[in-house]
Design a protein around this ligand. Structure first.
Ligand SMILES: [Zn+2]
Length: 283
């Protein structure tokens, strides 16, 4: 499994570091952020450093509760700041999201990622770490009922990894050369009115050496290669054309593409929607 590195998610450098040897580790501790599932590691780091005054993001790792993407926090061998008095023995892993009643907040993908990290920690340690929730060692509701009961049950994985669906008969492989998603983990192309990680093309911000506008144009051009009728006066991007500035027209096209690809329909172009254009067969 891949871990999104600090440089990939745009971490600020730590203001200090203390190394913990594996011999001192004995606990693998689950946390939740208790806030929006769309919060970025960078936003959490900013909060921990600016508001809490810590030297870095508190957790050793973080996992998106929706996509299951794993983000490097302080990593395996640096002292964290996630459970007062227990940071030396405990590796702290935060699942980003809240615990809403009566719904499954943590996706199967996120559960598999958490379990994978736990197995990986045991492998590196050479023996089994004790699995705990934050509230086992602190006065807190963290990591919420859903995660806590799952931890206590020993991390059972019910859903099997979804095998890639068989392309329907008559489908063709995606045309063109795939382009890697150019934004940091958790970011997306979306409205200029959104948070910092909603990248619109309006302000010509640079990512991997090119502007957001150029990247968004690339993605729409790829839809064109897939047979989408785009451009001024055409079916999609009819009024402004492929100008690389996210607005109602890109949103409508992204929504239609997500519906077509059976992706989550939010009209935002994140990593899944981006990749589907380059990797999924054309049906
Ligand atoms: Zn916690």
């Amino acid at each position: 499994m891949d871990i999104i590195s600090r440089s990939e998610w745009g971490a600020r450098p730590p203001e200090g570091r203390v190394t913990v040897p594996w011999s001192a580790r004995s606990v693998f501790m689950g946390h939740y952020s208790g806030a929006s599932a769309t919060q970025t590691p960078r936003a959490i780091q900013d909060y921990h450093m600016r508001e809490r005054g810590w030297v870095d993001i508190g957790y050793n790792f973080l996992i998106s509760s929706t996509s299951g993407v794993i983000f490097e926090g302080r990593g395996w061998t640096n002292l964290g700041a996630h459970c007062a008095g227990h940071n030396t023995e405990a590796i702290g892993v935060c699942i980003i999201g809240a615990d809403k009643p009566n719904v499954q907040d943590v996706s199967d993908a996120a559960r598999r990622s958490f379990k994978w990290l736990y197995d990986e920690a045991n492998r590196r340690k050479g023996s089994k770490l004790t699995l705990l929730g934050h509230k086992d060692r602190g006065k807190t509701a963290c990591p919420g009922d859903e995660i806590y009961s799952w931890l206590k049950a020993g991390l059972p994985i019910i859903g099997q990894p979804t095998p890639a669906p068989k392309p329907p008969a008559g489908s063709k492989p995606a045309p063109g050369t795939p382009i890697a998603f150019p934004l940091p983990g958790g970011w997306y192309f979306g409205p200029a009115s959104g948070p910092d990680y909603s990248v619109s093309g309006r302000y010509e911000r640079y990512f991997r050496g090119r502007t957001d506008r150029a990247w968004l144009k690339d993605w729409a051009t790829q839809l064109g290669r897939r047979g989408w009728n785009i451009g001024k006066g055409r079916r999609w991007l009819s009024e402004h054309g492929n100008d690389g500035v996210y607005g109602a027209e890109y949103r409508a096209m992204a929504l239609a593409f997500q519906r077509d690809q059976r992706l989550r329909q939010d009209g935002l172009i994140g990593v899944a929607t981006w990749n589907a254009a380059y990797l999924n067969p054309v049906t």
